[in-house]
Design a protein around this ligand. Structure first.
Ligand code: ATP
Ligand code: MG
Length: 456
């Protein structure tokens, strides 16, 4: 136990309050893992806790005072959940056992009460047999499972996360209650589902596919992620057996836990396959898939950056490189994908290939494409800002003011330079611009004369 955590416990007990470690940190310590965050339950009312820790953040409604990495919460007891989301009111509990009884699973309902903090000695308070369940690898709800899941549907998803993370089986009564209440998962707020999904995707303990398979098996996938559930039974073909859902899950597992957004892109990359199958091909599935991924992520209240990055990868994932691409084609590819997104796109393709059982050489040489991209990035102008002229140069050379024609002209010059980087010289570009404006000027003149003639 780090010293700051011991200090929090000491300060509370020295002031005459009860204080103990509870929840995930006790569970993790008992299973030999280093806890990330620390929860302390105390008999002290929130104002008194706050007074003991000047400068700590204090959230009065839930009685939680945050001291560094330690969350100190006043004993609570069961409260009513009329909306299956958040307690209507927080009721303070009388004892540690009260507080443990409102927690979700037995493994999360163990308290550690300090006896000798200097020697880090304490005793466990374990009224629901959490320690035995942890040893036997059984996930069990505290109290009446149906009631507990009915109080808060998030526990359905937390059950999946803990069962996969600790390789546990779910106790039969708990499992039955999850199946019975699974449809209520659809009422959860997007934010809460998103946070659980992130934790599942960033797990280093178990491949995420296990969690999604368990969700499907328990009836949670359809209410929570119907777009993904729709991939069940959609043919995938290729070398590896299984359907498009199996393929998507293998793709997630092949991506790094350190990048949950990229894993999400892997999970969602083929969503479009559920609706686009025709004649054995999925025409435009990357476009449809990007739309579906965007809808799903907006529903789950992901941020704009995350949504932009994931939908972009889904939309771009079908590129098919062959050695006969011209250098100009390589440059257009870099521009379409964006240099910053290329590493993710290649990682996604690698995972997609692993999941399909396709070997790299059979798909046209990722190494070759990357080498060619490297050469273009080093030598050719790939952004409009790298043109040898800018808007002001054009206005000066053409004797015009600002306007949309300048933006259009710049885009046109940039497209020409993308085809042939040798054109990126000031004189050549200005000449080209004058010629273009001359032509459109003459056209405008002709049009005006024609209109004048018609009105005669
Ligand atoms: P992790 O290691 O992923 O943080 P955790 O068990 O610490 O897992 P937290 O969300 O940090 O999970 O919650 C801390 C504790 O609060 C849990 O161990 C559990 O005792 C209790 N808890 C959290 N969410 C709920 C809930 N929805 N219903 C009941 N108890 C909960
Ligand atoms: Mg925690």
């Amino acid at each position: 136990m780090p010293r700051p955590v011991a200090n929090v416990l000491r300060r509370l007990t020295d002031a005459g309050h009860e204080a103990s470690l509870v929840g995930g940190c006790v569970r993790d310590l008992l299973s030999g893992e280093q806890p990330i965050d620390w929860d302390v339950a105390t008999s002290a009312p929130p104002e008194q806790t706050a007074a003991l820790f000047p400068g700590a953040t204090w959230e009065n409604r839930f009685g939680t005072v945050t001291v560094g990495h330690v969350e100190v919460t006043t004993y609570r007891s069961e409260s009513a959940y009329s909306d299956r989301r958040r307690p209507d009111a927080v009721e303070w509990g009388q004892s540690l056992t009260d507080d443990l009884s409102r927690r979700d699973f037995t493994i999360n309902a163990i308290g550690w009460v300090p006896v000798d903090l200097g020697r880090r000695r304490g005793r466990l308070v374990d009224p629901f047999g959490g320690r035995g369940d942890l040893r036997a690898r059984v996930l069990r709800a505290v109290g009446d499972p149906s009631r507990r899941f009915a109080e808060d549907a998030l526990r359905l998803l937390r059950a999946v996360r803990f069962a996969t993370r600790f390789g546990m089986i779910i106790d039969p009564a708990t499992e039955e209650a999850i199946r019975e209440l699974a449809p209520t998962a659809g009422t959860l707020s997007g934010e809460r589902v998103r946070d659980e999904l992130r934790r599942i995707l960033s797990s280093t303990k178990a491949p995420p596919s296990r969690a999604f398979r368990l969700m499907e098996n328990l009836g949670l996938l359809t209410p929570l992620l119907p777009e993904l559930a729709a991939l069940r039974g959609v043919p995938q073909g290729k070398v590896v057996p299984g359907d498009a859902l199996d393929h998507s899950l293998r793709t997630v597992d092949a991506l790094p836990a350190a990048d949950p957004r990229l894993r999400l892109a892997g999970l969602l990359h083929d969503l479009g396959k559920a609706t686009t199958l025709a004649d054995g091909h999925f025409i435009g599935h990357e476009e449809v898939g990007a739309e579906l991924a965007g809808e799903l992520m907006r529903r789950l209240r992901f941020g704009r950056d995350d949504i932009g990055r994931v939908t972009h990868l889904v939309r771009q994932h079908m590129y098919a490189y062959t050695s006969d691409w011209t250098d100009a084609a390589v440059r257009r590819f870099i521009q379409r994908v964006g240099a910053g997104a290329l590493p993710d796109l290649f990682a996604l393709r690698r995972a997609d290939n692993v999941a399909s059982g396709v070997s790299e050489s059979a798909t046209g040489g990722a190494a070759e494409l990357q080498a060619r991209i490297g050469r273009q990035l080093a030598s050719a102008p790939l952004e409009q800002g790298q043109l040898a002229v800018d808007g002001r140069d054009l206005m000066a050379a053409l004797g015009t003011g600002p306007g949309p024609h300048i933006g259009e002209l710049l885009a046109e010059l940039f497209a020409a330079v993308t085809e042939d980087p040798a054109l990126n010289r000031r004189e050549l570009l200005l000449e080209h611009a004058r010629a273009r404006l001359g032509v459109s000027g003459a056209e405008a003149h002709r049009d005006a004369r024609r209109r004048a003639g018609e009105s005669d």
